[in-house]
Ligand binder design. Sequence first.
Ligand code: GLU
Length: 466
Amino acid sequence: MIKTRFAPSPTGVLHVGGARTALFCWLFSRKVGGKFVLRIEDTDLERSTQASVQAILDGMAWLKLDHDEGPFYQTQRFDRYREVIQQLLDQDHAYYCACSKQRLEKLRETQMANKEKPRYDGCCRDQGLKPGDAENLVIRFRNPQRGEVSFEDQVKGEITVNNAELDDLIIARGDGSPTYNLSVVVDDIDMQITHVVRGDDHVNNTPRQINIFKALDAPCPLFAHVPMILGDDGKRLSKRHGAVGVMQYFEEGYLPEAMLNYLVRLGWSHGDQEIFTVEEMIEHFELSSINRAPSVFNSDKLRWINQQYLMSLPLSDIVELVVNRLNKLGVENREASGLDVIVDLYRQRVSTVNELVDSIMYCFQEFDKYDEKAARKTLKPAAIEPLQLLLKYLTELNDWQADSIHQVIENVTRELDLNMGKVGQPLRVALTGGSFSPPIDQTVAMIGKERSLRRISKAIETIFTK
Ligand code: GLU
């Protein structure tokens, strides 16, 4: 059974890079009919928070990256790590080390001064220290000193490192708590992970982890290290580049389908196809077609993809998102009927749900300002008469339906001998503040009688004389 895992540390939100790693793991497991495990690596007690666990779970749920097993929490597995550390000690694959911070610091300084790679010098390796021999003993893995570690990275190709370059890393701190490289290996063994897909910031850990797998006599998973994501300035993507937490995109009105589509194309391609349904992603995804080079995050492209999805997803989905957003903004008193017409019209013109809601807000709330250009062009003295007549007839109208409103507008054009534009357009600017809206009779119907009348009066008062 093929199994992948996503193993975030809950020290912040689920950011774009993490979400892409999760997506690649998830896609691969879905493609091969395997399992996807979610593991929360919360052993760093100082930096891990419950809020960030929740942020990760929320991000995964928003993107619909569902897991088959977990979430497992490393903090609940300390007994197991202790057991494995003891096993490594018993089999002489690990040893106690009493080197002080000061000694290690000095060693490091000397090595740096000699232009050597800073590494532990194995001082306690053969001392045979036992618990109690000194305070706060750490435990180090006895890395093989000869030979090399080689693995076939599914993205980067063969990677070989000489064991002489790897020092004896700490696997348990002075307080007995396990370090990352130990717990990750124990978990990958216990959870029977077959494919480790993760960011390439971990590629240097992999040879060390492979040595631990070997010491524990456990089969090694395959590894795929995904290159990092850069900001448009060529530096590693970070908060400096704006929104990097995926839920921030949710807040801004991006669609999960668009986010997934954008993420999958960050460092992976299938011919020159840009738009993928999730089914297509699963069908075409291969670890071997992940780019070796870093990819650059491009928010314009994300906007473009979001726009494609806004236009192409079922209208009812978009209406639901709009309704959610309106609820969130506390907008009440909205006419449910007609919302789908207006959403359908505006979704062609905006890039996010929030922009969509902003541009239809005139349906639900008064606006303070007219679109300057539209108002100057349309709210001129010639508009006074048609607006006054519309106000009169609409005040008298009781049947507030698009058909009857249409009739009123036609009557006004006939009575004043004006074409439709000379009547409909001032009315539109009066009601919406701008020069774009659904058919004017529908717009008036949707805005409702009281509001419409108020807005027409206000427009008459505002008429620009110059
Ligand atoms: N917890 C690690 C991180 O968030 C990932 C470890 C792994 O995938 O092996 O960077």
